[in-house]
Write a protein that binds this ligand. Structure first.
Ligand code: C2E
Ligand code: CA
Ligand code: CA
Ligand code: CA
Length: 279
């Protein structure tokens, strides 16, 4: 038994060492990505339920690794948070999204909202507000066309100064959305207290909204609460006509998902927009 124990221990440390060196390698690769600008932004349209028109986009980062190809944000955003590399990455995301948004709004196809994901570390940094205002200033994007997506957890843990930041953003006309709504196990009372414009129903509830009555109950609960609180609701991960029809029937305001469009690079989005708005 003792021997087996030691083997287990050895396996464990070997595994751990492997994980540690993997993380170090990944951190170095990320640094190179930052220095050599290996990131791209893809944009996924959001569609208004009532009119069918495209009302805006969510900016989603992609890492194009010279050898390994595209790497999903799921595989590097967490590490970038831990190492602090999220700060230069976020700076690039915000500035690029604002600049691309000005370009898109200049096409004469409409005024579109640009939604940008904000990571917890980024939000809690002392100069977060300045970085947002600077990106708006540099790009000349009107603040009312920028939306910041924050997760429930970030909003729940927020100190008074963080809440002041939200009010200041709002005062300038910037929209605030709660991302992945419903996954944070949090108290709902904050919805009343915080300056929020929109909630995004997490994809995990949308996925089986037709087939699982518990998901349907949660979605209906969110939608019936949002109206009186004057919160707009976007459903994420809408993949089928049936999901869309169900959510629309229950008065969801806007939709995002593969059923409408996948995230795409700016050049492709331009063509998509022209075609979509023409029909
Ligand atoms: P998220 O903010 O919840 O973004 C939505 C994710 O759902 C995106 O994954 C999008 O591509 C995917 N998606 C959209 N429609 C559908 C659909 O119909 N079906 C399915 N199965 N998926 C759909 P993506 O781009 O891989 O991003 C994953 C996560 O990485 C994001 O989740 C967000 O938390 C994070 N992320 C992405 N870009 C950024 C960024 O610029 N900054 C930060 N801090 N986080 C980012
Ligand atoms: Ca998001
Ligand atoms: Ca989300
Ligand atoms: Ca999510």
């Amino acid at each position: 038994a003792k021997r087996q124990g030691r083997n287990t221990y050895q396996w464990y440390t070997r595994d751990l060492n492997h994980k540690v060196s993997e993380r170090v390698a990944m951190r170095n690769a990320l640094q190179r990505a930052i220095d050599e600008q290996q990131f791209e932004l893809y944009y996924q349209p959001q569609v208004d339920g009532a009119t069918g028109a495209i009302i805006g986009f969510e900016a989603l980062i992609r890492w194009r690794h010279p050898q390994r190809g595209y790497i999903s944000p799921i595989d590097f955003i967490g590490l970038a948070e831990d190492t602090g590399q999220i700060i230069p990455i976020s700076h690039w995301v915000l500035n690029t999204a604002c600049r691309d948004s000005v370009h898109l709004n200049g096409l004469g196809l409409g005024d579109f909202l640009m939604a940008v994901n904000v990571s917890p570390m980024q939000f809690h940094r002392p100069h977060f507000l300045d970085s947002v205002f600077e990106a708006l200033e540099a790009s000349q994007l009107p603040p009312r066309l920028l939306e910041l997506e924050l997760t429930e957890g970030v909003l729940m843990d927020s100190s008074e100064s963080a809440i002041d930041s939200l009010h200041e953003l709002r005062r300038r006309g910037i929209h605030i959305a709660i991302d992945d709504f419903g996954t944070g196990f949090s108290s709902l009372s904050y919805l009343k207290q915080l300056p929020i414009d929109k909630i995004k129903i997490d994809r995990s509830f949308v996925r089986e909204v037709i087939s699982d009555h518990r998901d349907a109950a949660i979605v209906q609960g969110i939608l019936s609460m949002a109206g009186p609180l004057q919160l707009r609701v976007v459903a994420e991960g809408v993949e089928t006509q049936a999901q869309f029809a169900y959510l629309k029937k229950h008065l969801c305001d806007a939709f995002q998902g593969y059923h409408f469009a996948r995230p795409m690079p700016l050049a492709e989005l331009e063509g998509f927009l022209r075609e979509y708005q023409a029909t």
